[in-house]
Write a protein that binds this ligand. Structure first.
Ligand code: NAD
Ligand code: DAU
Length: 344
């Protein structure tokens, strides 16, 4: 599969999707990428700017994964040899405010992509990118970690919508023998992350001389992985994962939120006064932690980027790309699509 063929990447203009495309084309994991994305508030075609002129190896199609006609047309036109399904509504706080777009994209959209892949010539493998949040929440005072056999226990509308999608993918394998693989990864950080998530939000606020809002007591734990390590894990599962299997992805890097923010302060020349404790997120999951022994054992994947270096590089990226931050804040990047693909 590697080195040739066309990979259909949904949600490719978002944070993880765009990092995946940079690696897939930059390191020639495949012959061509077709990026399919609705360009919601979180999708930025500017993230893929370096590839838009390379018409041989890259194409972009704007569309909604929940629209069977649009998805069907992409499969018919490009005949992908593999599908990597990132497209989703991804922010927990937004799902608490309004779950409807989460059901539309994460549940209906996944079913549409799944059905189209099954019907397509050669029925290409679909790698469904999911989250560790489907497993629920772990107590702070335990060493327990999420693993593939753990029962699902989603606790936010976002997590519930991702769990629903995962079950549809599992059901397609069980019922139709469809070639699918599911990955459940922990919290990602790195370049191109929309500044609604903790790390880019904190960096942006610290750069602007503002405070960082820390929810509740700041002791909630997340298991952080650099986005490039996640993307390499997705590739490993696409190429070497067993059909119908689930792989948990993580980098053994549990951090309380307050320590994440404290690690950022010196990198941005700020002190403790830049921290502001605010009202907690409703239903805030206490702790996530991943046991990634299955993917390590079965695919040989291992994370490469250490937390300290990864965080410093991420801060450097945001410092060096103030225009990116300014454009995503203003929504200006939406005009990029019109400029390049307006006639499509
Ligand atoms: P993101 O919000 O940055 O990007 C999502 C992308 O999907 C955007 O480009 C958006 O325009 C696109 N999209 C949204 N609705 C669409 C629709 N109806 N049709 C087509 N495109 C649509 O998200 P992300 O952080 O890059 O996450 C990507 C995937 O990885 C998601 O499935 C998410 O659940 C999963 N995940 C994320 C993390 C994390 O820490 N960010 C961790 C584990 C798993
Ligand atoms: O675990 C994987 C998941 O990680 C992904 O599936 C989601 O798409 C992704 O958004 C992320 O979910 P979280 O809710 O863990 O990420 P977020 O960046 O929103 O928050 C991280 C932690 O920081 C969480 O405990 C809430 C807290 N937080 C968040 C924000 C935005 C704050 O304390 N202050 C903030 O301003």
């Amino acid at each position: 599969m590697s080195g040739q063929g066309t990979w259909l990447v949904t949600g490719a203009a978002g944070f993880i999707g765009s990092n995946f495309v940079h690696l897939a084309l930059g390191e020639r994991w495949c012959g061509r990428v077709v990026a399919f994305d609705a360009l919601t508030y979180a999708g930025n075609l500017g993230n893929l700017e370096r590839w838009t002129a390379d018409r041989e190896r890259f194409d972009f199609v704007r569309g909604d994964v929940a629209d069977p006609d649009a998805v069907g047309r992409v499969f018919a036109e490009y005949e992908p040899s593999a599908v990597v399904h990132f497209a989703a509504e991804s922010h927990v706080d937004r799902s608490i405010e309004d779950p409807a777009p989460f059901l539309h994209t994460n549940v209906t959209g996944t079913q549409v992509v799944l059905g189209a892949a099954r019907e397509a010539p050669g029925a290409p493998r679909m790698l469904h990118v999911s989250t560790d949040e489907v497993y629920g929440s772990l107590p702070l005072d335990s060493t327990e970690r999420f693993h593939e056999q753990r029962p699902y226990d989603p606790r936010s509308p976002y997590a519930a919508s991702k769990a629903g999608a995962d079950f549809l993918v599992r059901a397609a394998h069980h019922t139709h023998g469809q070639d699918v693989v599911i990955t459940n990864c922990s919290n990602n950080y790195g370049p191109y992350q929309f500044p609604e998530k903790l790390i880019p939000l904190a960096i942006m606020n610290l750069l602007r001389g503002e405070q960082v809002p820390v929810y509740g007591d700041g002791l909630n734990v997340r298991d952080w992985i650099h986005v490039e390590d996640h993307c390499r894990a997705v590739r490993a599962c696409l190429e070497r994962g067993r059909s119908g299997e689930t792989y948990c992805i993580g980098a053994d890097n549990e951090q309380p939120n307050i320590e994440v923010v404290r690690a950022l302060l010196p990198l941005l020349g700020r002190g403790e006064l830049a921290i502001r404790f605010v009202r907690d997120r409703p239903g805030h999951d206490r702790r996530y932690a991943i046991d990634a022994s299955k993917i390590r054992r079965e695919t040989g994947w291992a994370p490469r980027i250490a937390w300290k270096e990864g965080l410093a590089d991420t801060v450097r990226w945001y410092r060096e790309n103030p225009e990116w931050l300014a454009s995503v804040r203003s929504g200006e990047f939406l005009s990029y699509y019109e400029r390049l693909y307006g006639g499509q």
